[in-house]
Design a protein around this ligand. Structure first.
Ligand code: GDG
Length: 480
């Protein structure tokens, strides 16, 4: 095995994810530029990677021919850790990312089996791409390194590495939910996926719900293993190894987020927003374009609230931000059309001079603007049909440094296991129940809003993304 690390630092952290934490873009002059991605995971891992001369392995996100290696070598020097690309062909991206990952695992793991396209060609591409990732890992790491694989695109990587003779410590974290057995067994490649997960030394899920679903799948599908579930971390002993399984709820960088939300720029932008929609309560939705996020269901609930509760008409507006995502998949185009149809139907029915019930945006906003929307919103309406965690719910609370605002949260978001006590918990399929919650939030007293928000923020502050990283690494026996 070759390695670019110092020989006297035996234990480095190697993070592996489908996408590298950078984007490569051409500037106006045609030169390639490397921009860092933002987000909690990157913020939490980058200092550790820098400290231990670590490495991040992933697809750089471009299909154009260019000297990616050279570009990333320069970017690595500036960042203090190594960015190692895995180059993929357009067909691999198509069948691995858009195919197996997002038309099979994604819908199945969100309990939406009818949206799965179990095309065997997708499985072949999934295996091939996981193999490519494993090859890059084996060529660039040393035996003592801790290799932390992220998410559902790369489940098989551990298994391929073991088949290549790798004995390093391997960890895996699943950002999506893990489905119950009656859902999981529909996967034609269920045994390969379950067995691959047991090749890791540590498997992390977002919540106990997901961890338990995984354990139930093991019970239902595998023989000849032993489960020791006496502690928070469960140990599964199978023929080949011991795998520790736990739940590690992911979060955001509380301090950085709160600081930015309290900045002057955000305060100005918030004021402008409030002035544009005066004397009205703002309900906010921020979701990636995805059927798991329950956007049409949310719009129907809002329509139901306007229909049944005349007192909130002209007094409330929903601002729905939809961030473009996976538009190469036909179902996402259909979903967008459904959302836009509902928005225009609601506005067509209820709009009066001076009042638009639904303000709809289909684009990604700069961070400052997003924070201003969080701050301006009286109510956040977060109603996924199922979600691994849902960071928007946490970001809304953290951005409310004035300790006001109401969070309405789906019981099927992983975040509900932590935030259920002080948010208004709803079943996203229950249109009337969500409408009732909107009206309850609308009438909630300042006192109640404030004590709820204080407690929500306290709970998020206690378990931020740094806590998440250190819990996972501690469970893996990696001393960060
Ligand atoms: C997956 C799992 C799990 C959104 N709009 C804008 C924008 N965003 C940012 C938010 C937030 C992120 O996107 C969305 O995170 P979520 O957690 O809500 O959802 P997924 O993208 O589905 O993430 C999920 C997560 O992984 C982490 O494990 O919680 O369950 O599905 O951070 O702020 N950011 C900017 N402009 C926008 O318009 N700048």
């Amino acid at each position: 095995m070759s390695h670019e690390q110092e020989q006297d630092n035996p234990k480095a952290l190697v993070v592996v994810s489908n996408r590298l934490p950078v984007t490569l873009q051409r500037s106006d002059t045609g030169q390639w530029e490397v921009h860092s991605s933002t987000g909690g995971l990157v913020t939490a891992l980058v200092p550790l990677l820098g400290k231990r001369k670590g490495m991040w392995i992933g697809w750089p996100g471009i299909l154009e021919e260019t000297n990616v290696d050279k570009l990333l070598k320069v970017a690595s020097q500036a960042r203090g850790y190594i960015l190692k690309p895995v180059i993929l062909t357009p067909e691999e991206v198509n069948k691995h990312y858009f195919g197996f990952s997002n038309q099979i695992i994604w819908p199945l793991f969100h309990d939406l089996q009818s949206r799965c396209n179990f095309d065997p060609a997708y499985w072949s591409a999934y295996k091939a791409v996981n193999h490519k990732f494993a090859q890059t890992i084996i060529e660039n790491t040393m035996a003592d390194d801790f290799i932390w694989i992220q998410d559902y695109h790369l489940i098989l990587v551990g298994r391929v590495l073991r088949s290549m003779g790798m004995d390093s410590k391997l960890g895996f974290f699943l950002h999506t939910p893990f489905p119950p057995p009656e859902m999981f067994i529909k996967l034609p490649w269920r045994s390969q996926i379950i067995e691959a997960l047991l090749e890791y030394d540590l498997v992390g899920f977002q919540t106990l719900r997901d961890r338990n679903n995984f354990l139930h799948c093991i019970e239902a599908m595998l023989k000849g293993h032993h489960v020791d579930a006496r502690r928070q971390l469960v140990t599964i002993t199978s023929r080949r190894r011991e795998t520790v399984v736990g739940s590690f709820p992911i979060s955001i960088d509380f301090r950085e987020f709160a600081q930015q939300a309290a900045s002057k720029d955000v305060a100005n932008a918030t004021r402008q927003l409030r002035n544009a929609i005066p004397d009205r309560k703002i309900v906010l939705g921020v979701d990636r374009l995805d059927y798991s996020k329950g956007i049409p269901e949310k719009l129907r609930a809002f329509r139901n609230a306007l229909k049944r509760f005349h007192e909130i008409r002209r007094k409330i507006s929903l601002i729905q931000i939809v961030v473009p995502s996976r538009e190469d998949i036909p179902e996402y185009k259909v979903l967008r059309a459904e959302i836009e149809g509902l928005v225009s139907e609601i506005n067509g029915k209820f709009t009066t001079p001076g009042w638009i019930p639904v303000h709809y945006m289909f684009r990604s906003l700069p961070r400052t603007e997003l924070l201003a929307y969080y701050r301006a919103a009286d109510i956040a309406l977060v109603t996924p049909l199922k979600d691994g965690m849902n960071l928007v719910s946490k970001e809304y609370c953290v951005a409310r440094t004035d300790k006001d605002g109401v969070l309405i949260l789906s019981e099927f978001a992983g975040a509900a296991s932590q935030l259920h006590r002080d948010s208004l918990i709803v079943n996203p399929y229950d249109v009337e129940g969500v409408a009732d919650a909107i009206v309850r939030a609308y009438h909630m007293s300042t006192d109640e809003r404030q004590w709820r928000m204080r407690r929500l923020r306290k709970s998020i502050a206690k378990r931020d993304v740094f806590w998440w990283v250190s819990c996972f690494l501690q469970a893996a026996g990696f001393n960060s």
